[in-house]
Design a protein around this ligand. Structure first.
Ligand SMILES: O=C(O)CCC(=O)C(=O)O
Length: 320
């Protein structure tokens, strides 16, 4: 009798992000400078925002200034092809809409999902600066000083309806994501797994990380996933260039603080989002594209031979 064969189940290794209990700024600063691993920081008092910033409160205190919001009919945001559009809407109106979609059920009834990543005054030239742009809110939040004024880069307000999920990406600067309202589930992947995430520039095309297309992305099963849930008052340290995927479990409000942990001269000067390659990496990529052009002059078997040979050298010289 023929035996039933069931397809082999694919299991991805999932770990939990380590927790760090806050005691004082100095210890935390030193810890972040040395660990270079994501940590869920708990026990720091982020101030009155935690209780105060309901959608009703935000609706009443925020201005009607227009903000550019990602609006999608689906909760999982996709960038290729793009399944969302940017719509201009008053900030106070957005707070109201996101408040109505405060849980997964009410968000699905709304049909549209909303996601704000605040931008600079001039989005093409200026970085997002929560303190300058939203003084009506910035007095309500405290963060530990883990970076100097010199190192500070940007502060980005994020407001989202329940269910919306941001594709996996990396940033070039270290960041602390402060959770103020609602819960977010964050999945992180080490920079060592970047090839297993099929990166296209800074983003991964594996949109549904919980139910991926294994035929299309077989290497994803090798990537180790680090999970955590952020509750109000929690802070997540996301070291550059760790990859992260963010799912909003409720209506959420959060702020990121990005800073330059390396020497300033390493960073591109025309980078408003904090995701342009570091300057030496830009140089290395230009040289690589010249090397690839040179290999193009060879017959295929030699091209492959030298290509493999060069991969070996790069592995030997760069992998830790
Ligand atoms: O909280 C979010 O919605 C996104 C956070 C994020 O992408 C980041 O910290 O870089």
């Amino acid at each position: 009798m023929a035996s039933n064969t069931t397809p082999t189940e694919i299991h991805q290794q999932v770990k939990l992000v380590s927790r760090y209990q806050y005691t004082n700024e100095l210890e935390l600063t030193e810890f972040l400078q040395t660990t270079r691993l994501p940590h869920l920081i708990q026990g720091f008092d982020i101030g009155p925002c935690k209780e105060l910033w309901t959608s009703e409160y935000l609706h009443s205190v925020c201005s009607s200034n227009l903000v550019s919001v990602m609006v999608s009919l689906q909760p999982l945001l996709e960038f290729a092809p793009k399944n969302y559009e940017y719509k201009s809407m008053p900030l106070n109106e957005l707070c109201k809409l996101c408040g109505i979609s405060h849980d997964l059920e009410s968000a699905s009834k709304m049909k549209e999902y909303y996601y704000l990543r605040s931008l600079g005054e001039n989005p093409f030239k200026d970085v997002a600066d929560f303190y300058k742009q939203l003084p009506e809110l910035s007095k309500d939040i405290l963060i530990p000083k883990v970076f100097t004024e010199e190192q500070y880069f940007s502060s980005v307000l994020r407001i989202a309806s329940a269910g919306i999920q941001l594709f996996t990406h990396y940033d070039i600067m270290d960041n602390i994501l402060v959770q103020i309202r609602g819960r977010k589930r964050i999945a992180l992947f080490s920079p060592r797994d970047s090839n297993n995430l099929y990166l296209q520039k800074e983003k991964s095309p594996i949109v549904d990380i919980d139910n991926p297309d294994w035929d299309k992305f077989p290497k994803f099963s090798n990537a180790i996933r680090w999970d955590c849930i952020l509750n109000p008052g929690d802070m997540l340290y996301i070291p550059a260039p760790w990859l992260h995927n963010v799912k909003n479990l409720d209506f959420t409000v959060a702020i990121n603080f990005f800073w330059k942990n390396l020497d300033k001269s390493m960073y591109a000067t025309n980078d408003v989002f904090g995701n342009k390659d570091l300057i030496p990496a830009q140089r290395a990529k230009q040289i690589l594209s010249r090397a690839l052009k040179a290999l193009d002059e060879l017959p295929p078997e030699f091209k492959e031979f030298y290509g493999r040979n060069m991969i070996g050298i790069i592995e030997e010289k760069t992998f830790q």
